[in-house]
Design a protein around this ligand. Structure first.
Ligand SMILES: Cc1cc2nc3c(=O)[nH]c(=O)nc-3n(C[C@H](O)[C@H](O)[C@H](O)COP(=O)(O)OP(=O)(O)OC[C@H]3O[C@@H](n4cnc5c(N)ncnc54)[C@H](O)[C@@H]3O)c2cc1C
Length: 565
């Protein structure tokens, strides 16, 4: 089945309201079936997931089908990008990996990526899991302590044979090999293989459940062929270890950009749901009703989310171009991925929160989609590069002058002036800091890192949209929404009073408002958000399926309220 037919298939078009009440295991099975359908609909070949991925890998991530079920999206992204992608990097030197990669891409086997540990999340470089090289060849893979358990990958058996890429410290011959990936078969679908143990974590809550687990290895014997890459030792020093670590986990950088792309369809879905609800939700007398979309407080967040989605699509194309440009060095590619993820996920989470509130009581229920989307996107903001961690690293490197990003193509724009203004502020602060890991840096620069990265992202997104010739109604509204995030800077840095800024925003909204319906239609996400709040008809068919409690038709024989004599 083609990807664009999936929302109409029985697998995806079931009732969201009913799905919320599915037992844990059934829900996980459903998500897995959906992940399989999504991945198979893209018919991935190895060429699609190489270090420079094809359009198919990026397109799957911005496909709104991924947000119908966040659990399915988790399996699909790990399968295609993290595991097949990582394996493909070693295919040239280890051609026997082809069969495993093909099985993963065809979803004949479920694939996992076991990197982070209970005791080592953002600092996974300090992981404890060990792979000891054995004198006769092969390795002994072991979890030496509770804090070394791999955390989050959904490794507990769910009916499909599974395989994992497990990261461990490679030890042997008193040499330093650093952290290396190993291919480890995990289960036949019902039982884990010898020496492997998992514990299933409880439901995250608020979104489709995933069987996130803790995974332990008890002296699991691996053949020599399980090691990905050659067994060469590293030069001495922490920097060599760091470079090796960043190289072996490179697909997490690809994942940062790919998962960030899901923020675009999140914006479109949230705008569409809240927009349609606000168009049909009436207030006033029955004889003279009027829709709540008329209120500034109702249509503004819808229009802003739509403008941000349109601008982010151009930003996405620009970021992919930079990420796949062979002349750009790896850490700079990662920087572009970080800027995109931090900026677009922030747009989508702001929209998810505000637009779910604009649905009133219905916004609290998972069936209205936006609140569960908020929880899915929260996971995305942590996985494959926690946004705060990415921002701290990027700003530190930019301030230390280790590299720079492309300058603005509209250097006199307000957003470009804001970016360079915030950067200068931080540079001045850095002059007072003793060291980039020192106390002053910690106290004054760390808290500003996300703001700095979003300033870069707003400017890049705006530039990309202007270069693509996007309608000025869209870019003006994007500009106003970005300025609102740092209004104080524009008072001092651009001499725009708050009133000036309110007027600028008002003009942008006035110009965009007549296009609200057209912009909603243009998202094409209608088939992906068929939930009860979308229209009175959707609501009615939802109500008809709710469990009913009713008084018996015959009069009760016991009179609970006897008349007073
Ligand atoms: C939905 C989801 C799916 C996942 N799937 C996988 C998977 O398939 N495989 C896998 O290996 N892992 C997976 N993970 C785990 C993920 O990689 C980690 O959650 C992530 O690296 C953060 O680690 P942590 O949760 O232990 O947070 P911690 O490391 O405990 O960090 C918590 C917070 O501490 C702060 N912090 C930590 N270090 C610093 C620092 N140096 N400077 C400043 N602040 C700091 C930050 O605020 C950070 O957000 C998944 C996570 C999620 C949410």
């Amino acid at each position: 089945m083609r990807a664009d037919q999936l929302p109409y298939s029985s697998l995806f078009s079931g009732s969201r309201a009913t799905e919320v009440n599915l037992p844990f295991e059934k829900s996980v099975q459903l998500s897995l079936e959906r992940a399989k359908a999504i991945v198979q609909s893209y018919a991935f070949q190895i060429e699609d997931v190489l270090e420079t991925p094809s359009a198919a890998l990026w397109n799957m991530h911005i496909d709104p089908i991924m947000l119908i079920d966040g659990g399915a999206a988790t399996y699909a992204s790990i399968q295609v990008n993290l595991t097949a992608g990582t394996l493909s990097e070693y295919l040239k030197g280890q051609p026997y990996l082809r069969k495993t990669i093909e099985d993963i891409l065809a979803f004949r086997v479920l694939a996992h990526y076991c990197l982070t540990e209970v005791g080592h999340g953002l600092d996974a470089i300090n992981m404890e899991t060990v792979a000891l090289a054995l004198p006769e060849g092969g390795f002994d893979l072991h979890t030496p302590s509770e804090s070394a358990a791999k955390m989050m990958p959904p490794t507990s058996p769910i009916g499909m044979p599974s395989v994992a890429i497990v990261f461990a410290k490679l030890q042997g011959d008193k040499q330093n090999y650093g952290i290396r990936p190993f291919v480890v078969p995990l289960s036949d679908g019902s039982k884990l293989f010898h020496g492997i143990r998992t514990r299933v974590l409880p439901m995250r809550g608020g979104s489709a459940p995933v069987n996130h687990s803790l995974t332990y290895f008890n002296h699991v014997k691996l053949p020599q062929s399980a090691l990905l890459g050659p067994m060469n030792s590293l030069p001495p020093g922490a920097e060599a270890e760091r470079q090796n670590f960043l190289a072996v986990i490179w697909r997490a950088a690809t994942g940062a950009l790919a998962l960030g792309g899901m923020g675009i369809s999140a914006l479109e879905r949230a705008a569409y749901i809240a927009g349609r609800y606000s168009q049909h939700r009436m207030i006033g007398s029955v004889a003279n009703p009027s829709p709540i979309i008329q209120f500034r407080t109702q249509h503004t967040p819808v229009l802003v989310a739509l403008a941000q989605a349109m601008v982010s699509k151009e930003f996405w194309k620009f970021s992919i171009r930079m990420f796949t440009d062979p002349s750009v060095e790896h850490r700079v590619k990662h920087a572009y991925a970080a800027v995109f993820k931090a900026t677009v996920i922030h747009h989508s989470q702001t929209a998810n929160l505000e637009l779910s509130e604009r649905l009133g009581a219905r916004g609290l229920f998972q069936f209205s989609d936006i609140v569960s989307q908020y929880n899915v996107v929260r996971g995305i903001s942590i996985a494959e590069g926690d946004i705060l961690g990415l921002c701290i690293r990027l700003v530190s490197e930019l301030l230390l002058g280790r590299y720079s990003l492309l300058p603005s193509t509209n250097p006199s724009s307000l957003l470009a002036r804001h970016e360079s203004g915030v950067f200068s502020e931080l540079k001045d602060l850095l002059k007072q800091a003793d060291h980039h890991r020192g106390d002053t840096f910690n106290r004054f620069i760390l808290p500003q890192c996300e703001r700095m990265v979003r300033a870069i992202g707003h400017r890049m997104a705006f530039d990309a949209a202007v270069s693509a010739g996007l309608d000025s109604r869209v870019t003006d509204l994007y500009l106003a929404s970005a300025m609102k995030q740092d209004a104080a800077w524009y008072i001092l840095g651009a001499h725009l009073t708050l009133t000036d800024q309110y007027i600028q925003e008002d003009r942008a909204i006035q110009a965009a408002l007549p296009y609200l319906n057209e912009w909603l239609e243009a998202t094409d996400v209608g088939p992906y958000v068929q939930n009860p709040v979308l229209s009175p008809q959707h609501w009615q068919s939802f109500v008809e399926k709710l469990p009913v409690h009713e008084a018996p038709r015959v009069r009760a024989s016991v009179d609970f309220f006897p008349a007073r004599l």
